[in-house]
Design a protein around this ligand. Structure first.
Ligand SMILES: [Zn+2]
Length: 190
């Protein structure tokens, strides 16, 4: 297990595996995506420590599209997805966000609501399958100058992800995310 925490970038086997999965997802999603917003796109990978199962979800609308294409969710359940994620993010364990913080602006420096991120989509895809997120390690990536870099959960997501995903998710953020990776951040205003 400790081998997974090797602080050299890309050196831990879990991070390496997650990076390969994220790379494949970015390659798929970049096809035909020329919007400038893709610069902020995060792909959150979650690895099941009890099997070889994995999921990879993007932030933003692309992530919602991905969710609605999953066989267990399906296109007819868009309302389920948004109301399920909203209910969760309002709950004490989900960060206790208000409706406005969920949809518009909350704590994150990216100035987008808590719903916008990749992490709530990963949470929904797993809990909808009745899987326990505690067995899953969350490892998000972003693209910087064409390179995939570890992207620690933002100030919105860090309010809840470490209470739900396997503790290695937090240790990965500490090892790879830099000194500010766990800082709570302040409530932001438009
Ligand atoms: Zn986030």
């Amino acid at each position: 297990m400790l081998d997974n925490l090797n602080p050299n970038p890309g050196a831990g086997p879990l991070v390496r595996r997650a990076r390969a999965l994220a790379k494949a997802e970015f390659a798929k999603s970049d096809q035909g995506d020329t919007s400038s917003r893709s610069a902020y796109k995060v792909c959150a990978v979650a690895l099941d420590l009890t099997s070889n199962d994995s999921v990879a979800m993007f932030s933003g609308n692309f992530g919602f599209k991905q969710l609605l294409q999953l066989p267990n969710i399906g296109g007819g359940r868009k309302g389920d997805v948004t109301s399920g994620i909203t209910t969760f993010l309002k709950s004490p364990g989900g960060g206790a966000f208000t409706e406005e913080q969920i949809n518009k602006i909350a704590y994150a420096q990216h100035d987008r609501g808590a719903m916008n991120c990749a992490e709530p989509k990963v949470w929904f895809s797993l809990t909808d399958r009745k899987l326990s997120t505690r067995n899953w390690v969350l490892i998000p990536f972003a693209k910087q100058d064409g390179e995939l870099v570890y992207s620690p959960p933002c100030e919105n997501c860090r309010r809840w992800v470490y209470g739900h995903f396997h503790f290695l998710s937090r240790l990965t953020a500490v090892s790879y995310g830099g000194p500010g990776a766990l800082a709570p951040g302040n409530l932001r205003k438009k």
